[in-house]
Design a protein around this ligand. Structure first.
Ligand code: ZN
Ligand code: ZN
Ligand code: ZN
Length: 368
């Protein structure tokens, strides 16, 4: 088992090979998932430029504020640093490190304020997005990454089983959302990214903004939550109902969504296209007569970002490969009434099949 620093260095070697293959000059990464992936360094984005420069020969340098250099040295001791003081020009420092000709690939989420200044400092060069280089690398998770995803998913599973013990009726969505956040942390998450609690008619909006609606007996409630542990992200959805028996149509819709998700799992295997997983889940919902109410793609990749490649959507012919991790999350949304979604994170195993990383029960659970 290679050490963590060795496997991060190996990623830079492969990224540099891709730069050469594409004829690009360098990769420029501001704080974000790509920087963490290729340097093991994480810091919040701010107006002071921090930028990893990876040239096509594989030489890496982190340009950073002088007073943050000690942090960089601890996190990434094997990467050179170029520091700048408060009155220096960090863009010139970056430009000086880009020696080879060709386009520069900048982090997809680099702030425009930085991109524009880098364009001025590197005038005459084409700029492309870094995912042209990093996407193929990050889509195929290594063993340690899959392990990290499994651990964070298990923490989300435990959070779900514990929320079922809480009282729902009479409390607001916001209160349940706060419970979820508290439980995610108690179960090992070091970051809570979102807690969607969409009750009753609010459930018909997939990204409902959890607010002050008071949950009542008889409601169907969509719970979609996630966060991160050591950088790797969780994302799980279960739909529950409040009170003894769910309505007939609620039960039927839940059953359709559950079968759609199973069909997604069945289609997700090595060599299958990303779009074929979407088609398999969608077919079940179409056949049940709810096709027009499944209003989003079936899933998204997950890793250091909550949403990343591969996307399970019509038109994406990318072939699934071992190490790819993604959500399978069909849903049915009936405007003015309720919604149902079931979401797990799954990974394509070495044997080629999709293994669930979430194992929380899929049943239409009852809460009080
Ligand atoms: Zn979503
Ligand atoms: Zn989700
Ligand atoms: Zn998701």
């Amino acid at each position: 088992m290679p050490s963590e620093r060795a496997s991060i260095a190996d990623r830079r070697t492969r990224a540099a090979a891709k730069l050469r293959e594409r004829g690009f000059g360098a990769l420029l990464l501001s704080p974000g998932a790509d920087l963490f992936y290729l340097a093991g360094y994480q810091i919040f984005a701010s107006e002071r430029l921090t930028c990893l420069v990876l040239d096509r020969d594989g030489k890496a340098t982190i340009v950073c504020p002088e007073f943050e250099a000690p942090r960089v040295a601890v996190a990434a001791p094997d990467i050179e640093r170029s520091t700048w003081g408060e009155t220096d020009d960090p863009y010139a420092a970056v430009a000086a490190l880009v020696r080879a000709p060709g386009a520069v690939a900048v982090a997809d989420q680099m702030w425009a304020a930085f991109v524009l200044k880098l364009e001025a400092a590197l005038s005459g060069r084409a700029f492309v997005v870094a995912s042209e280089i990093t996407r193929q690398l990050r889509m195929r998770k290594d063993e340690a990454e899959v392990d990290a995803l499994r651990l964070v998913s298990e923490s989300a599973d435990r959070t779900y089983s514990r929320i079922l013990e809480r009282h729902f009726a009479g409390r607001t969505e916001r209160e349940i959302g706060a419970d979820l956040a508290e439980l995610l942390r108690a179960e090992g998450h070091d970051e809570v990214a979102f807690t969607i609690v969409a009750s009753g008619a609010n459930g018909a909006s997939p990204h409902h903004e959890t607010a002050d609606r008071r949950i009542a007996e008889g409601d169907t409630v969509v719970l979609d939550f996630g966060g991160a542990m050591r950088g790797y992200r969780s994302d799980i959805t279960r739909t529950v109902h409040v009170g003894r028996t769910a309505g007939r149509e609620e039960q039927k819709v839940h059953d359709v969504v559950r079968r759609a998700q199973e069909a997604g799992y069945g289609a997700a295997r090595k060599g299958a296209s990303a779009e074929s997983v979407d088609a398999a889940a969608r077919r079940v919902i179409d056949d049940a007569g709810y096709g027009e109410f499944f209003i989003h793609r079936t899933g998204h990749g997950i890793g250091l970002d909550g949403h990343e490649h591969p996307y399970l959507v019509r038109g994406n012919r990318d072939r699934l490969e071992p190490g790819m991790a993604f959500s399978i999350e069909p849903g049915i949304y009936l405007p003015g009434r309720f919604g149902v979604r079931i979401e797990d994170v799954a990974v394509i195993d070495a044997d080629g099949s999709a293994r669930p990383l979430n194992r929380a029960d899929h049943a239409f659970a009852t809460v009080a």
